[in-house]
Design a protein. Structure first.
Ligand SMILES: *Cc1c(COP(=O)(O)O)cnc(C)c1O
Length: 401
């Protein structure tokens, strides 16, 4: 079978809820992936930051094999010898007191929402069923009905109603809007420190710090969605660290599973996550020993291979170079660490055609929304490979000008 055959099968049998680039991948190693014809590509997306450690990391292969032979799933009806260690290691790494494990990012966002609501009723004293959560326009927090209830993207919402009430949406980066939206019923403010899916939107300097201060002043929980930005992507452990902001709750996922396994978690203090009693929330696969063994190794790799430091250094190198590209199509180049976006002018004909062209040159990346090309290579990438990628990006901009 060749690429065309696989594509035809997928078109025929798969729900068409994605519009992938036509690279049919079959193998990955580090920053590289290969398609079924043996063509080699540099992965400049990293599974939306789920593969920060690079593809098929040898240490993860070993851990997966060892743990797969020993024990994979207990459910939390019983205890296992991996979850307590992951829980402690996550708290040691992040400075939080407690953690609740899930699988997908969306599930851990749901966890944060449920936690904030319960906290509002049990601790803050909000009247029953009145809790409000403030979110930002252009947010992306996942795909469940509750989460798309406060999305402002019609594509994510159309025909999926009726929606979950209890959410208020304000403009992103607008501190006055936050101040005005808070009421005595406000439980939490849920925010992405960088809006990646919206097009790598970085809020104005001081925004997160001021938002956190206003939340604290009003006894409102500040919840950071660091599913994509966390664990090093932006050159700090958390993107909030750039402003020395300590959220009340942090949600992580994606690279926590090292590209091997869906693992997500909600981190917080004892006062907040302590609101849960047995049976009130859970997941069959959440905290399973295979997931935990993978996540423990994924975290060790991030630390021991200094991926956070590399994201900072390599990211600013790439950003500097990209900013030097002269093209009438480019509106702005922006980024933080190795999360970088090139926003094109509306008349550039959309980001997709640039991604298609880059693919022909061996670089896999994706547009986000119409006009932004997103670059997010694995955090293990070296300068020489970035410079390889840069040459191709520069060439494609020349070609399409
Ligand atoms: C990917 C992502 C999610 C959702 O994670 P899933 O694992 O796809 O459910 C939520 N928030 C942000 C910021 C993300 O990037």
């Amino acid at each position: 079978m060749d690429s065309r055959d696989y594509i035809l099968l997928e078109e025929l049998y798969s729900a068409q809820n994605y519009h992938p680039l036509d690279a049919v991948l079959t193998k990955g190693k580090g920053i590289w992936v290969w398609d079924v014809e043996g063509r080699k590509y540099l992965d400049f997306l990293s599974g939306y930051s789920a593969v920060n450690q690079g593809h098929c990391h040898p240490r993860l292969i070993k851990v997966v094999k060892d743990q797969a032979k020993r024990l994979t799933l207990t459910s939390r009806a019983f205890r296992n010898d991996q979850w307590p260690l992951l829980a402690k290691e996550l708290c040691d790494l992040t400075g939080f007191d407690m953690v609740l494990p899930m699988n997908s990012g969306a599930e851990s966002i749901e966890t944060a929402i449920k936690t904030a609501r319960k906290w509002a009723y049990k601790v803050k004293g909000v009247p029953k069923d009145k809790a409000e959560i403030i979110a930002c326009a252009n947010n992306f927090h996942g795909r469940t009905v509750t989460i798309v209830s406060f999305s402002t993207e019609s594509l994510y919402r159309n025909d999926f109603g009726p929606f979950t009430p209890g959410f208020v949406v304000i403009p992103y980066g607008d501190i006055d809007a936050l101040r005005q939206a808070i009421t005595p019923y406000t439980a939490a403010f849920l925010v992405e420190p960088v809006q990646a899916e919206a097009g790598i939107l970085i809020p104005p300097p001081g925004y997160l710090r001021e938002a956190k201060r206003i939340c604290a002043e009003n006894n409102v929980l500040f919840i950071a969605d660091e599913i994509q930005t966390g664990l090093g992507r932006t050159g700090r452990l958390f993107a909030c660290d750039h402003e020395e902001v300590r959220p009340d709750m942090v949600v992580i996922g994606k690279s926590l599973g090292g590209g091997y396994y869906p693992v997500s978690a909600t981190l917080s203090t004892r006062q907040i996550l302590g609101v849960f009693k047995p049976g009130e929330h859970g997941s069959t696969f959440g905290g399973n020993p295979l997931a935990c063994a993978v996540a423990r190794e994924a975290l060790r790799i991030i630390q021991e291979e200094k991926l956070i430091e590399n994201a900072a250094v390599a990211g600013s190198y790439l950003l500097d170079r990209l900013k030097k590209i002269k093209s009438r199509h480019i509106k702005e180049v922006r980024g933080l660490g190795l999360l970088i976006g090139i926003e094109l002018k509306p008349e550039a004909g959309g980001a997709r055609r640039f991604c298609e062209e880059l693919k022909k040159d061996g670089l896999l990346c994706r547009e986000t929304h119409e006009n932004v090309i997103r670059f997010a290579p694995p955090l293990i990438i070296k300068q020489k490979d970035l410079s390889w990628a840069y040459k191709r990006i520069k060439k494609v901009f020349k070609q399409l000008s």
